[in-house]
Write a protein that binds this ligand. Structure first.
Ligand code: ZN
Length: 99
């Protein structure tokens, strides 16, 4: 799996590095090519992963700690399921109660 980084943050790092150095025109041109190369890298749409937890709400329901959606507890052959909230997509695999 590839790491995703924010293009704008990468360019800001390069630009702040360039500003911190006393570069010749040739040196600045080198870094401008790097920034241009960063712009040319294909992008993907992504969103930050929100880590949530299930909170017990009723004998057969849990509540999402992020969006407060009520979800009926369902057991599958693995004994637990739904490692994400079906309402907001929060990941529930980092601890707390599994359903
Ligand atoms: Zn949720």
């Amino acid at each position: 799996m590839s790491d995703l980084i924010n293009r704008r943050d990468a360019i800001d790092v390069v630009n702040s590095t360039v500003e911190s150095l006393k570069l010749s025109d040739k040196g600045r041109a080198f870094f401008e090519k790097i920034v241009s190369g960063i712009y040319d890298i294909p992008s993907v749409r992504s969103r930050a992963i929100v880590q949530g937890e299930w909170l017990r709400a009723d004998y057969d329901k849990v509540r999402c700690g992020e969006c407060e959606a009520l979800v009926r507890i369902e057991f599958h052959s693995s004994g637990c399921a739904r490692n994400f909230c079906p309402n907001c997509g929060a990941q529930m695999d980092g601890g707390g109660m599994y359903i």
